[in-house]
Design a protein around this ligand. Structure first.
Ligand SMILES: O=C(O)c1ccc2[nH]nc(Br)c2c1
Length: 162
């Protein structure tokens, strides 16, 4: 039985923090799905298609990655797709509070599904997609915080950034 896991998020855009978790989790599981939230009402900086394309470009060196769209309850998606593990990254104490609550709720909703939590690499522990977009607004130099392809797209979208 192959072990399939999913790392879900909005990835608006994918950051080095996300990519670190993805690379590490891909070594633990037979198949790692990257679940990209597709919620048409929720307008982010990047469209769903752009977010998927950026993830594809950043993960094309990994051979057991599958990029999928989901919109409903994640544990339902897992049940329907033979996935028994949710992967989450935690950066700090705030994430611990939130991720424990999510893990407890998910365990309540579907006891067959486990949540595996990975500690982010300390060098990325301050990164979030929203903070990246915020500091970019003030022309911050974020080249070490996002993959190259994301930096280019961010510059194109905001015609800012170094
Ligand atoms: O970029 C974000 O918004 C975000 C949020 C929560 C997160 N947990 N672990 C990671 Br990596 C991570 C990234």
């Amino acid at each position: 039985k192959i072990r399939k896991a999913i790392f879900a998020g909005s990835f608006d855009p994918i950051t080095n923090g996300h990519l670190d978790i993805i690379c590490r989790a891909s070594k633990i599981f037979d198949e790692l799905q990257i679940g990209v939230l597709h919620n048409p009402n929720k307008k982010g900086m990047f469209t769903f298609e752009e977010r998927v394309e950026l993830i594809e470009k950043c993960t094309n060196h990994l051979d057991n990655i599958k990029i999928v769209s989901f919109n409903g309850l994640l544990v339902n998606y897992c049940e329907e797709h033979g996935i028994d593990t949710l992967v989450r990254g935690i950066r700090n104490g705030t994430d611990v509070e939130y991720e424990l609550q999510m893990a407890h709720m998910n365990k309540e909703l579907n006891p067959n599904i486990e949540t595996v939590i990975l500690a982010t690499n300390p060098k990325y522990s301050f990164i979030s997609s929203s903070l990246i977009k915020e500091v970019l607004n003030f022309d911050a130099d974020i080249k070490n915080l996002v993959p190259e392809v994301v930096l280019e797209e961010l510059k194109r979208k905001t015609n800012r950034g170094k």
